[in-house]
Design a protein around this ligand. Structure first.
Ligand SMILES: [Zn+2]
Length: 305
């Protein structure tokens, strides 16, 4: 266990996986998304769900003359959002330090006193051009955990998000439930995805997330990750549904350093809401609690080459 990572992280992860798997669904590979159904308020309407802050231009308007600057209130108003606080500078001394060899740490939060959370987005099923526009406007950093067979029909979509400074990480070949497959299959799920993502995105994924968080703390999975190249297994503390987050903490509050899970999902999996509506709701929930969104990779020291 990496001493820079809170020890309770893995303890919690081991005990909560079944719950998480049921709660988060992670169904972009064809599941029903039924786990989210109870979270849709009866009065919810896709056209009014986003918090409306101003009578600014329509979200469909395109920026002219280049994107707005970071923290530009007009950019947030365009998406009917209140700006998040700016993230502090990346820490010089990274709270997470990854080793080049040996067992990989498993974590779902980063130890920091900065009032920040980290947003991760999984799978890759929904490839909404409006979401590229949204991140271009808002400059909110995200980390992408991509499943090869879900993104391979359009690797280019995620290159546009990568071009904004966002990193690509490994989320298996075909979203297998890792504890249900033998060690050799676990290895091919991770190694084959690692090869494809490295070839497509020009850099080897540093992090791995098993589908549903399943098997994260097992020796077989840890060994497979080590064999394939990622240097940490990253889980989460909160998962975004449609309008709100599901919290592991009993008080349903974000804490500094929490890692938040969302998915590339569209109307089929979001009861009619779009990716940008869901993401706007996520940002609103973070803003209400006074947190900034920082870049996860800015808090992680990669192994020395
Ligand atoms: Zn997934």
């Amino acid at each position: 266990m990496n001493r820079h990572v809170r020890s309770r992280t893995t303890v919690y992860a081991a005990g909560a996986l079944a719950l998480l798997a049921a709660a988060t669904g992670c169904t972009s590979d064809g599941g029903s998304g039924a786990a989210s159904a109870a979270l849709v308020p009866a009065s919810g309407s896709p056209t009014t769900a986003a918090p409306s802050r101003s009578a600014g231009p329509s979200p469909t308007a395109s920026p002219t003359g280049g994107g707005p600057a970071a923290g530009d209130a007009a950019a947030w108003a365009k998406w009917h959002l209140t700006p998040l606080p700016p993230a502090p500078p990346a820490p010089a001394d990274k709270p997470v330090k990854l080793a080049r060899t040996g067992p990989v740490p498993v974590f779902s939060e980063v130890k920091t006193s900065d009032k920040v959370v980290f947003v991760t987005i999984d799978d890759g099923a929904e490839k909404d051009p409006k979401f590229v526009e949204m991140l271009t406007d808002l400059k909110v950093p995200v980390s992408m955990f991509l499943t090869r067979d879900i993104v391979k029909d359009d690797y280019g979509y995620f290159k546009r998000l990568q071009a904004l400074g966002n990193h690509v990480h490994n989320h298996t070949v075909d979203h297998a439930q890792m504890s249900k497959v033998p060690p050799e299959k676990q290895k091919s799920e991770i190694c084959d995805a690692q090869a494809a993502l490295t070839q497509q995105y020009g850099t080897a994924p540093l992090l791995f997330r098993p589908p549903y968080g399943d098997g994260a703390s097992t020796p077989a999975l840890n060994t497979a990750v080590q064999q394939c190249g990622p240097r940490a297994v990253v889980l989460w503390r909160e998962s975004m549904q449609i309008h709100d987050m599901q919290y592991q903490a009993a008080d349903k509050k974000l804490r500094a350093g929490d890692i938040v899970l969302a998915h590339f999902r569209g109307p089929k999996d979001l009861k009619g809401e779009t990716m940008t509506q869901m993401f706007g709701e996520l940002l609103a929930r973070i803003q209400e609690q006074g947190f900034a969104v920082a870049r996860l990779e800015d808090y992680i020291e990669a192994p020395a080459a």
